[in-house]
Design a protein around this ligand. Structure first.
Ligand SMILES: *Cc1c(COP(=O)(O)O)cnc(C)c1O
Length: 298
């Protein structure tokens, strides 16, 4: 097992020559953190793992779909910490586990498959499955502690940045970025889900009243058809990002976020002198589901 260190994370300047106004765009390469617990997942888990240990619980139980990066990250982090892990997985068990679930299982996670209907009522599931020594972590690490763990990323983001951008699923990462932002910094979330109308409320739920008054904006128009949808235009964009900036992105989250940011730059959204930090939240292993040769990088 490899331990989690911050040594490989760095800030990558992305020179944007296609715009007239001088705008700086940097990317925080959290994807470099670790190849299994990549990107934002570790930050969301760290304080919840501590809380589990402090409560003297032996097992972390959590939820996810069959392709969940959160499931694998939890399995790895638990193995590292000597905690047992249980993954409650949506959908019936297929004869052969996919890559994500195989990896989680080989890291020692005990998988329990539930139907989509059962999965829809997590409170009921928790009650029926609960054991005394279990600590529950929500799907995607959604929790106040999850968001608080994300504030650590400000060790790479100083006050000179005017905008901090991320991709959003549950919104936990965005909530953490809002918590840690200085008053003059605007946090931008680009949604990976189509029609994610509840997101604003879900984020606010993780914030104090004062934090919720900070400046943050959600952008709904860059999902490329919906969650995990990846038309040819998106793959072309990813190849362009890689060949132009040597920046690898994933098909679900980070490619769409960067498309949104570049689109907003082109459309004059950012004032002259803006300095943007885009969070590369990882997820590159998700590209393995593409047919070989779809991307110029792997
Ligand atoms: C899980 C994930 C996200 C979503 O993070 P939330 O905190 O749930 O909004 C974003 N990017 C990548 C690469 C992810 O794997």
């Amino acid at each position: 097992m490899q331990f989690i260190t911050y040594n490989n994370v760095y800030v990558q300047p992305i020179v944007n020559t296609s715009t007239k106004s001088p705008i700086t765009l940097d990317v925080l390469r959290l994807d470099r953190l670790h190849n299994v617990v990549s990107g934002n997942k570790w930050f969301k888990l760290q304080l919840q793992i501590k809380a589990c240990q402090q409560a003297n619980k032996t097992t972390i139980a959590t939820f996810g779909g069959a392709y969940s990066n959160h499931i694998v990250a939890t399995a790895y982090a638990c193995k590292l910490e000597g905690i047992n892990s249980v993954g409650i997985i949506r959908g019936d068990e297929t004869k052969q586990l996919n890559h994500t679930l195989q990896q989680a299982q080989s890291l020692g996670m005990q998988l329990q498959f539930v139907s989509r209907t059962e999965y829809g009522n997590k409170e009921l599931l928790k009650q029926s499955l609960h054991c005394n020594n279990w600590y529950w972590v929500n799907e995607g690490g959604y929790a106040v502690l999850g968001a608080e763990g994300v504030t650590d990323v400000y060790k790479w983001i100083d006050d000179s940045y005017t905008h901090i951008a991320c991709a959003t699923g549950t919104g936990t990462t965005m909530a953490g970025l809002i918590k840690g932002a200085a008053p003059h910094q605007q946090v931008m979330g680009i949604t990976a889900l189509k029609k994610h109308d509840s997101l604003q409320q879900e984020i606010t739920h993780l914030l104090t009243t004062k934090e919720a008054e900070k400046s943050f904006t959600i952008f709904n128009e860059y999902h490329f058809g919906g969650y995990a949808k990846h038309p040819k235009a998106l793959l072309n964009w990813m190849n362009h990002l890689y060949t132009t900036y040597q920046l690898p992105t994933d098909i679900v989250y980070t490619s769409k976020m960067l498309y949104g940011i570049f689109n907003l730059i082109e459309s004059g959204y950012f004032a002259k002198g803006s300095k943007i930090m885009a969070i590369h939240s990882g997820g590159l292993q998700g590209n393995l589901s593409l047919p070989k040769g779809s991307l110029v990088f792997d």
